[in-house]
Design a protein around this ligand. Sequence first.
Ligand code: AMP
Ligand code: MG
Length: 348
Amino acid sequence: MKTEIFAVDGQKPDMSVIRRCADIIKNGGLVAFPTETVYGLGANGLDAEACKGIYEAKGRPSDNPLILHISELSELSDLAKDISEKAKLLISDFWPGPMTLIFKKKDIVPDAVTGGLDTVAVRFPENRVARLLIKESGVPIAAPSANTSGKPSPTRASHVEYDLGGRIDAIIDGGACEFGLESTIVDVSGEVPCLLRPGSVTVEELREAVGEVAIDKAVLGKLNEGERPKAPGMKYTHYSPNAEVTIVRGEGKVQKITELANSAVKDGKNVGILAVEENKALYEGFNVLFVGTISEPESIAANIFKMLRKCDYLGYDYVLAEGFEEKGIGLAIMNRLKKAAGYNIIEV
Ligand code: AMP
Ligand code: MG
């Protein structure tokens, strides 16, 4: 299959491109598009066959459900039922934006979207291209991240092309994603909202909006054998570059990273270090990729997937990553990094 690639202005996209891509969605095809979180791989969310195409193109396990994206708040009640007062508070504070909510589903939502669950994940994105594409398609768009399953999520159209070129109908290139981490997922189908996946809307902000918010165990660390996360996708290995990744965190991290890097270089390994710009001068002589600045942690969120991909493009086989405090956006950054590292962390 030939994948058509359309570059658009993210603020004022060419409507003929949007309409052409909306036609592809309406006809059961697959279109990757930018959102403020990461690039999504979209299909008609009410068409079970089209949604199956998403799983095939990504190599995604079929029990890992999809998020439905809407272009107007009024479309939520077509898909979800029992929308609680707490859900409404979160909606008024964080939609449109990088937050997904889990509701009891209505019958119209196909099992191919929910993996057979009686709940559905819905997001109302802010990104203009995304919103126009959904609106023109006239249906909710089911869209997981537009990467090969297991690889870092795509934050640039070039990442999508690298993973899925030749396997999907079209890619809309609307530039780099603003936040760069997948959405915060909150289950609002029960009494107490529960964070299932951390993202750019932080747990501190959620609690400020709605009071008590529980945190699913899978958010913080590796689950034991037989334990199941509430977001099925959280059980899969994710974001892994080909390299072996180790996170080093704490006061002595620079010294430890330098030691480990030196000994790996001696063993003939191609070593890369993922560090913040503030520490630039401390790793002289090594291959260093800068993930952002600690003074502006949002820059790390926006860059982390790009840098994990770069580890592959540069052929690193051993990567040492500086670790961060799990506060604010740091919780989401460390959640992705820990998965990339297979939970391999050294505290020093
Ligand atoms: P992705 O779009 O690739 O970030 O993946 C969507 C995420 O949403 C996965 O982690 C899914 O497990 C999660 N998800 C989707 N639907 C549900 C649902 N009904 N209940 C819990 N988690 C869900
Ligand atoms: Mg994903």
